[in-house]
Design a binder for this molecule. Sequence first.
Ligand SMILES: Cc1ncc(COP(=O)(O)O)c(C=O)c1O
Length: 392
Amino acid sequence: MSLRDQYLLDPSVTFLNHGSFGAPPRVVFDEYQYWQREFERQPVLFVRRAEGLLDHAREILGRYLNVPADEVIYLTNATHAVNVLARSLALRPGDEVLTTNLEYGACDRTWEYELAKRGVTYRKQPIRLPATTPEAMVDDLWRGVTPSTKVIYLSHITSGTALTLPVEVICARARADGIFTVIDGAHVPGHLPLDLAAIGADVYTGNLHKWLSAPRGSAFLHVRPEHHVWVEGTIVSWGWVEESTYRRAEVSELVNRNQWQGTRDIAPFLAVPAAIAFQDAHDWPVQQEQCHRLAVRALDEIVERWGGEPLSPVPDPGGFPWFRQMVACPLPPVDAPLLKRRMYDEFLVEAPVTVFEDRAFLRLSFQAYNDERDLARALEALAALLPEVRAS
Ligand SMILES: Cc1ncc(COP(=O)(O)O)c(C=O)c1O
């Protein structure tokens, strides 16, 4: 049964776009507002408590990610985390950062901007789709490795194409080749089981406000301890001063330098434990499986009715999770912005129409508040609109 009544979403909207900005359950949002009110009751006292409160929220997050709490910091979003890395890495003219052609546009911009300043190449290696096997994908990526490749940056789950990339194998192979890895898991916490120790990336960032459904403005950056000394947050504040009251001997350099970033709203971070508890309390693996089945049905029905080639195989139970709760369904040639607009304006269906290599896809996200009625409504909208929004 769907958990719709536990969320704040407008019931008149068929909301199939959890992937873009998430949506916190009511109790998680209440917790977030509780912490905001605590700040307002006595701001000075709250700031005095903030360090301990953040330590606790990091402890719980570290346990959830299977890494020591001292190796993670909270940040506002994955874009911020990618900016931190792109600025901090000691790269020289002629070096290369290897990525794929499947990355999120804003983060591509970050790398392109930061690397151009230093004469470093941002190389986008094409990954051939439809995906066939994780091994073939890794081989595709390695075609872009050169003696100058110093860093591999890629998404764990891609944005527009909604595909899982085999990051565990990539990180192991990169380590063997002496290449540094930065993994963008914006879509992963709360979506795929996430064990950062097993993945073994040098740096991993994830959004907590997407699939974990924590309040907006909550993300994390995990950095392996040997790299803590050179990671420069975009904010240099009290913790960077040797003799600061904001520095503590018992926490890592990463935490000392980055936990305090000036006055800001830390309520989204403090509500993360409530988001983890919400999923624990609601049989999350069962919810996820129901959502996955809806995603598989969506893909099957759209391909059966309108043709087109899926971007990956349908995952086998226990096999590689090419997609779970979010799937990019191929569409016939359409005017993508027009289709998206008319789906919302005429049917109140919220779902992005993405474009990859000149092909359009309806990216459907299924969260615990969705059920088969939402899928039926999206199909109804498509059936009505597709004949009218063909690409000219
Ligand atoms: C793969 C990927 N990386 C990064 C981001 C950026 O997330 P945020 O806007 O929360 O920084 C997104 C957003 O959808 C994404 O899909």
